[in-house]
Write a new protein. Sequence first.
Length: 134
Amino acid sequence: EEIVEAIKTATPNPVTPEQVAETFALGTTATDIQREMMKQELVGSVVEWDLVVYEVAYAEGKYELTSRAIPIQSQDAVQLVHVLAYIHTQTPADDAFLRSVKTDDPIRIRGLVQDVFLRSIVRIGPGVVVGTAT
């Protein structure tokens, strides 16, 4: 697909998943306008993030990867943010990798941010596997 090729060559947005998690955490010091600005910066951009796998499912020719909650620094806030990524495999090795990862394994993905919803889920799709997180 053309969009997948564009994602693979795009310069990723420098916002980290930890910055997103801090902004959207329950009890955070971030304000509504800061959350809205973060969402506007993310949606439509390509990110390359290291995540920790919670679950992987397969449906309709793509993998659905759900991350563990992204850790936050604030002791007074509750971490809420997860990533839900729709991964398009490029090679048999990508398929084998996604079929072998387990809960709590590190993974690096790159993909197009579609939405941030319910203050807790960053939806990415399409996305591709870059490899294991470093």
